[in-house]
Every structure is written in structure tokens, then in C-alpha cells.
Design a protein around this ligand. Structure first.
Ligand SMILES: [Fe+2]
Length: 379
């Protein structure tokens, strides 16, 4: 199991558990680091690479343990995990939240489409939609979050706007924003990518990684969003700054102004967390979504880019796996979430039941760190 001193370039598809990465592996266009240089390739890491459809070459330090008969076994585990990811059915009692989600999607779609062909649009409907999201988040943030996490995506640009609005409103609630502020940041979430209407569709909807020149064009959507919105007197500085700076990163690696740390508006830091979280947990044509806790792990691995304090508050308060949710475990067993840890909601207590519905055992994932959730099960 001794690491070899040599660093070599290999195809990403050839990565195997045990290898040590010699460079970061990133996901564009978010620029987030999926795996950092120096980290050891695990089965979970391979799963993330496969889901994100990351291709090309990378540098690795090889290890003896990475070569050999384990390969097929690991590939089989990955295949099983991916095939188990199916959406959960939303409970009937949550109809109101579903209606809000659906209506907001339609409003966003209409607004974005109208803006694309006519500059004379008003913000009335979309402001009302943002107020609806804010009110639902205040009364019960959990239901909308579950819908956003599990809903099949119709159109990425419009769904993404709705999801980001939901996540950023939830984060604002955790931070004790006033109702008015919560409505405003919800609106920022709905509007933040309106500038994508000015980007050629073949770039916005490209099923795969953008080339460098395409990515440069894509980056312009932030300025386009700002230009489209800056003349609306209803939008205050907080909202406009959040939109203009939602791709800035704490380490200065973002765009368009390469701001860093305290230079970045606080609302933009909140919007960035919601934006990246939805991007990694949403199915795209070219890749599968990460599970809620896998998305959380990716965000934690990007703490230098995102505001760590806000990120901790987001991850600690989001109930990704609510009580009653059915999940698949890495052991192959199916269980039901029966309790959550206040500070570790990503490691809930799971009850495993047999075919006769009798309890077999209860697993506390907080005390079983080698067992993890690999899928969510339809009722
Ligand atoms: Fe964006």
C-alpha cells in the first residue's frame, strides 16, 4: 500500500480507488472544486466524477493498492448506487407548496421569455411570486426545499431560478432576515440569471463542458442580468449587488470583477451558496445530480470559495432527509429516517424494516461513519 513517488497523467476514466490526485478536478461553469489535489480517490469520489461526467486527463500519484482485482468490484458498486437514485413522491398534504412551486416556475418562465423579446416588462408578477416563496419558507421551509431537491427539472434556467430562490430564502430565514428582506432576496434568486436570455441558446443549453471561449461568453450573463435590471427603481442595492456578484468567490477566483472576501456583498455570498448547491444537486442532460448530502460535501470542499460562516449555517439547518423519508444505504438496505441530529442533519437515524414491516434494526449514521445514504426511494 505504499505510494509511488511518480506523478503521471492519465485519463480521468482510468482513475481508481487509492490513487492520489496530483491536481484539482473542477466542474465548470461553477468553477467549484469537486476533488482537491492531494486527495485520495475513493468509491464516492469516482461516483461524483461519473455523475458530473468529468472527462479529460488529470495528474495522479499512483499507489499499489489502486491497481488490481478491486476494479470490477468498485465499478459494480458505483453502477448500483447510480441506478438506485429515484425521486421520492411528494406527500399529498403538501399540495399548497407544490402549487406555489408550479406557479412560480410559470411566472419565471413568462418573465424571462418576455424579457428576451421586449424590454418593457414590469416586475409585478415576479415580485408577487417572490413574496409567495418567502411566505411559504417562513411558515414551513422544509416542504419547498424537498420539492426543489426532488423535482424532475423541466427547463434548467427556469427551474434553477426557482430553486435558488427557495434555498436563498431558507438561508435568509436561518439568518433571521426580516420578512421584507426575505422577499427581496427571494426576488434576487428568481432574477439572478435573467442575463442568460442574452447568451446564445446553444451555449446555455450545451450538453457538456463549455470550451474556454464559450465559457467567456457565458460569464457575461452576470453583467447582462445587471444591465437588464439596474433601471428598475423597485430593486435596491442589496438585490442588484447580489445579482451582479453571485459568481464572485471569496478567494478572488470568481467573476466578473474578481472581488474577494469582504469586497463581496453579503447577499451575493448567500446567493452563491444557493446557486452552487442547486447546480450540483440538479440532473442535467450530461450528468446525474448529486444526492443532497453529496452536494453538501462538495460545498464543504469549496469553503475557500464560499463564505464558510454562511455555508455552515446553511448546511446545519437544511433538513435534506426529513423524518419519514425512505433511503437506500451503502449496505444495500432500505430504511426510513426516524430521527435527526440537530447539528448533523446529514447523518440521520435510520430504521431498517423487513418485508413483514417488522423492525430489524436501527442505525445511527452519526455513529456508523462507514455507512452512508446512496439513494432516495419512491414510496
Ligand atoms: Fe449565474
Amino acid at each position: 500500500m505504499k505510494a509511488m513517488s511518480k506523478i503521471i497523467s492519465i485519463d480521468i476514466s482510468q482513475l481508481k480507488p487509492g490513487m492520489i490526485l496530483g491536481q484539482d478536478i473542477r466542474d465548470n461553469p461553477n468553477g467549484i472544486i469537486l476533488l482537491s489535489a492531494g486527495s485520495k480517490i475513493t468509491v464516492k469520489a469516482l461516483l461524483a466524477i461519473k455523475k458530473f461526467n468529468i472527462q479529460g486527463k488529470c495528474l495522479v500519484y499512483t499507489e499499489e493498492c489502486s491497481i488490481g482485482s478491486q476494479e470490477n468490484h468498485h465499478q459494480e458498486i458505483i453502477k448500483q448506487k447510480i441506478s438506485r437514485q429515484v425521486p421520492i413522491k411528494i406527500n399529498k398534504r403538501d399540495l399548497q407548496a407544490r402549487k406555489i412551486y408550479k406557479d412560480t416556475f410559470k411566472t419565471v418562465k413568462d418573465f424571462y421569455n418576455k424579457s428576451g423579446i421586449n424590454a418593457n416588462v414590469d416586475l409585478y408578477d415576479i415580485t408577487k411570486a417572490a413574496e409567495g416563496i418567502a411566505a411559504e419558507i417562513i411558515s414551513n421551509h422544509q416542504v419547498l426545499i424537498q420539492i426543489a431537491l426532488l423535482k424532475a427539472v423541466d427547463n434548467y434556467t427556469f427551474s434553477h431560478a426557482v430553486h435558488v430562490s427557495i434555498y436563498v430564502s431558507a438561508l435568509a430565514k436561518f439568518l433571521n432576515f426580516t420578512t421584507k428582506q426575505l422577499q427581496e432576496i427571494s426576488l434576487a434568486g428568481l432574477l439572478h440569471d435573467i442575463g442568460k436570455m442574452d447568451i446564445p441558446l446553444d451555449i446555455v443549453n450545451k450538453p457538456g463542458k463549455l470550451s474556454d471561449s464559450e465559457f467567456s461568453i457565458m460569464k457575461e450573463h452576470v453583467r447582462y442580468s445587471f444591465n437588464r435590471l439596474c433601471n428598475f427603481s423597485e430593486l435596491n442595492d442589496n438585490v442588484l449587488s447580489a445579482i451582479l456578484q453571485h459568481h464572485e468567490r471569496m478567494d478572488g477566483s470568481g467573476y466578473p470583477q474578481k472581488l474577494r472576501g469582504e469586497q463581496i456583498h453579503h447577499w451575493a455570498r448567500l446567493l452563491a451558496i444557493a446557486d452552487v448547491y442547486d447546480a450540483v444537486t440538479t440532473d442535467r442532460v450530461y450528468r446525474n445530480a448529486l444526492l443532497p448530502h453529496e452536494g453538501a460535501e462538495i460545498l464543504m470542499g469549496n469553503s475557500g470559495k464560499l463564505d464558510m460562516q454562511y455555508l455552515n449555517i446553511f448546511l446545519r439547518n437544511m433538513t435534506f432527509y426529513p423524518v419519514g423519508c425512505k433511503v437506500v444505504l451503502s449496505t444495500g438496505e432500505i430504511g426510513t429516517v426516524v430521527a435527526l441530529h440537530r447539528d448533523m442533519p446529514l447523518r440521520p437515524v435510520i430504521r431498517i424494516t423487513g418485508e413483514d414491516s417488522k423492525d430489524i434494526r436501527t442505525i445511527n449514521l452519526l455513529n456508523n461513519l462507514t455507512t452512508f445514504i446512496t439513494g432516495i426511494v419512491k414510496d
